[in-house]
Write a protein that binds this ligand. Structure first.
Ligand SMILES: Nc1nc2c(ncn2[C@@H]2O[C@H](COP(=O)(O)OP(=O)(O)OP(=O)(O)O)[C@@H](O)[C@H]2O)c(=O)[nH]1
Length: 369
C-alpha cells in the first residue's frame, strides 16, 4: 500500500474563543472562509437558539419551516436554518434519525432542495446522539463568547457536532517538500475555559503551538500570557511556539498594535505573525510557495510553514525554504525517516492519535477522540 505521508507534524491552535482559530484552520486546509462558524466549544442549543430568537418572526409552526415562512438570503444560512429547525423544532429532546424520517423531514427537505436526504440523516443521527448525551446537562452559558450571526452550513456541523463533545477538532493537510510528504495535523481547540481541562491533554502531543489572539481585542491579547503559561506547564519543552495576531483586515477596529505583538513574542521567545483568515493574509500554502523565508534565526520547525511573514525578500524559492527547514530539523527527520520504513510505527502513530483516517488525500476531518 502506498504511503500516505512520510512525516507527521502535530500543531495546536490555542487562544480565546472568537479569535478566529477555526477560520484560520479552514483557510489553511481548505482555503475557505465562513463568516458564520459555530464555535468549537459552543453547543448549537445556545448559539442557534439565540439565532432562532432573533429570527423567530420567520419561524412559525413550532419551528417547522415552509417556503412562505423562511426567507433564505444565502445558501450557507439556508442549510443552517433548516438545521435550526431540526434542533429546536417540535421534536422531543430524544430526537433520532428515525424520528426525522417523517413527513416533517420531507417538508424540510421539500422546502430546501439543497439539503439532501443523506446529509440530513447524517446530521440527524449526530444530533440524536448529541441530544441524548446532553439532555440532562444544564444549558451552556455564553460567557465571553459572541453569538454568531447564523449557524454554519450542514457540512460544517458534522465536525462541529463532534467537537462539541470534547472541545477539540482537527484538520489535516499534506505538503510535499522536496519529495517528502509532510502531513500537517492541526488541532483546533475550544477557547472557552470550561474545555481547558480537555484541551490541555492535547498539549503534550504537539510539535508546534499557535497562540492566537484577535488584534481587535485587547482582552484576547492579554490572555495570551495565560495561554503561554499553560503551554509552559503542559507542552513538551522543545515545542515551537508561534504568536498569531489574527483579523489583521480589521484595520479600523484594531486594539493591539503590531509592535505590542512583536514585543510579547520576543519576551516569550516566539515567532510572530499577523494574519487574516478573511483576506488570506499570511496563511495559505500560496504564501509558502510565493518564496518567503521566515528563518531569520536559522533554526526552526516545520510548523513555521503554516504561517509566513509578509516582510521577507521574495527572492528565496520554496525549495530553498524547504532545504532550510529540513536542514534545521535534520536530526528529527532522520529519526522519522527510519520509522517511515516501519509500517508498524506509522500504524502506531495513527492509533496513538485515535484516527480513523482513510487517507483520502488532504481532506481534513474532525475528530473528538
Ligand atoms: N474580520 C475577520 N473576522 C474573522 C477572521 N477570522 C475569524 N473571524 C471571525 O471571527 C469569528 C470567530 O471565528 P472562529 O474561527 O469561530 O473563532 P475561534 O477562535 O475558533 O472560536 P472558538 O471556536 O469559540 O474557540 C467569526 O465570526 C469569524 O467570522 C479574520 O481574519 N477577519
Amino acid at each position: 500500500m502506498a504511503k500516505q505521508y512520510d512525516v507527521l507534524f502535530r500543531l495546536l491552535l490555542l487562544g480565546d474563543s472568537g479569535v478566529g482559530k477555526t477560520c484560520l484552520l479552514c483557510r489553511f486546509t481548505d482555503n475557505e472562509f465562513h463568516p458564520s462558524h459555530i464555535s468549537t466549544h459552543r453547543a448549537p442549543s445556545v448559539c442557534d437558539h439565540s439565532w432562532m430568537l432573533r429570527n423567530q418572526a420567520r419561524v412559525k409552526n413550532n419551528g417547522v419551516p415552509s417556503r412562505s415562512t423562511i426567507k433564505y438570503p444565502s445558501q450557507g444560512l439556508q442549510e443552517g436554518r433548516v438545521l435550526c429547525v431540526l434542533l429546536f423544532g417540535p421534536y422531543p429532546a430524544q430526537t433520532t434519525a428515525r424520528d426525522l424520517s417523517s413527513p416533517t423531514r420531507r417538508q424540510v427537505q421539500g422546502s430546501d432542495p439543497l439539503v439532501h436526504r443523506g446529509e440530513l440523516q447524517h446530521v440527524a443521527a449526530e444530533l440524536g446522539s448529541y441530544k441524548q448525551a446532553h439532555t440532562s446537562s444544564p444549558p451552556l452559558t455564553l460567557g465571553n463568547s459572541r453569538v454568531v450571526e447564523g449557524p454554519a452550513p450542514l457540512k460544517e456541523l458534522g465536525s462541529r457536532a463532534q467537537a462539541m463533545r470534547g472541545g477539540v477538532d482537527f484538520k489535516m493537510k499534506t505538503l510535499v517538500i522536496d519529495g517528502i510528504k509532510v502531513r500537517i495535523q492541526i488541532w483546533d481547540t475550544a477557547g472557552q475555559e470550561r474545555y481547558q481541562t480537555i484541551t490541555k491533554q492535547y498539549y503534550r502531543r504537539a510539535q508546534g503551538i499557535f497562540l492566537v489572539y484577535d488584534i481587535t481585542s485587547e482582552r484576547s491579547f492579554q490572555h495570551i500570557m495565560k495561554w503561554a503559561s499553560d503551554v509552559d506547564e503542559y507542552a513538551p519543552d522543545k515545542v515551537q511556539k508561534i504568536l498569531v495576531g489574527n483579523k489583521s483586515d480589521e484595520v479600523d477596529k484594531r486594539q493591539v498594535a503590531t509592535e505590542q505583538g512583536i514585543k510579547l513574542a520576543r519576551a516569550y521567545g516566539m515567532d510572530f505573525y499577523e494574519t487574516s483568515a478573511f483576506t488570506n493574509h499570511n496563511i495559505t500554502e500560496d504564501c509558502v510557495m510565493g518564496g518567503n523565508d521566515p528563518f531569520s534565526d536559522g533554526a526552526s520547525y516545520l510548523s513555521r510553514l503554516v504561517l509566513i511573514p509578509a516582510a521577507v525578500p521574495p527572492s528565496k524559492t520554496f525549495t530553498r525554504l524547504a532545504e532550510q527547514v529540513l536542514a534545521a530539523n535534520k536530526k528529527d527527520l532522520d529519526l522519522l525517516r527510519m520509522s517511515i520504513n516501519d509500517d508498524f510505527n506509522l500504524a502506531a502513530l495513527e492509533e496513538e492519535e485515535g484516527l480513523c483516517d482513510s487517507g483520502a488525500g488532504d481532506q481534513g476531518k474532525g475528530c473528538w477522540c
